[in-house]
Design a protein around this ligand. Sequence first.
Ligand code: AMP
Ligand code: ZN
Length: 114
Amino acid sequence: MAECIFCQIVGGAIPAKKIYEDDQVIAFDDMNPQARVHVLVIPKRHLGSLDDTQDSDGALLGQLMIVCAKMARERGIVESGYRVVANTGRGAGQTVFHLHWHVLGGRSFEWPPG
Ligand code: AMP
Ligand code: ZN
């Protein structure tokens, strides 16, 4: 989608600190980090949110989760604990409507989340 910020990052039109790439997924540092480690993991294919996924997206969703775990290991936040979040819909705080997971770590977290 031409007007989607994350599609533009996938296409290279907007620069990002890319830290992982495979044929389906990229990961990069969030530009406005909410923790010492704050990585975004996104599919290259445009999907607006988790609500746009179907049964046929199972392999892609699995790979996204695998990459979240990989990023946490690479950034050294496994031992201290980390959080993986997909805000879905405006009411939950989603501001960029291209499916993504936040991988957050390096500080303590509250439960329930705000
Ligand atoms: P959400 O509010 O869950 O939709 O998350 C969107 C995230 O994307 C926010 O944490 C933003 O800081 C981040 N973000 C927006 N634009 C960019 C960008 N160009 N590069 C890196 N992160 C971005
Ligand atoms: Zn997009």
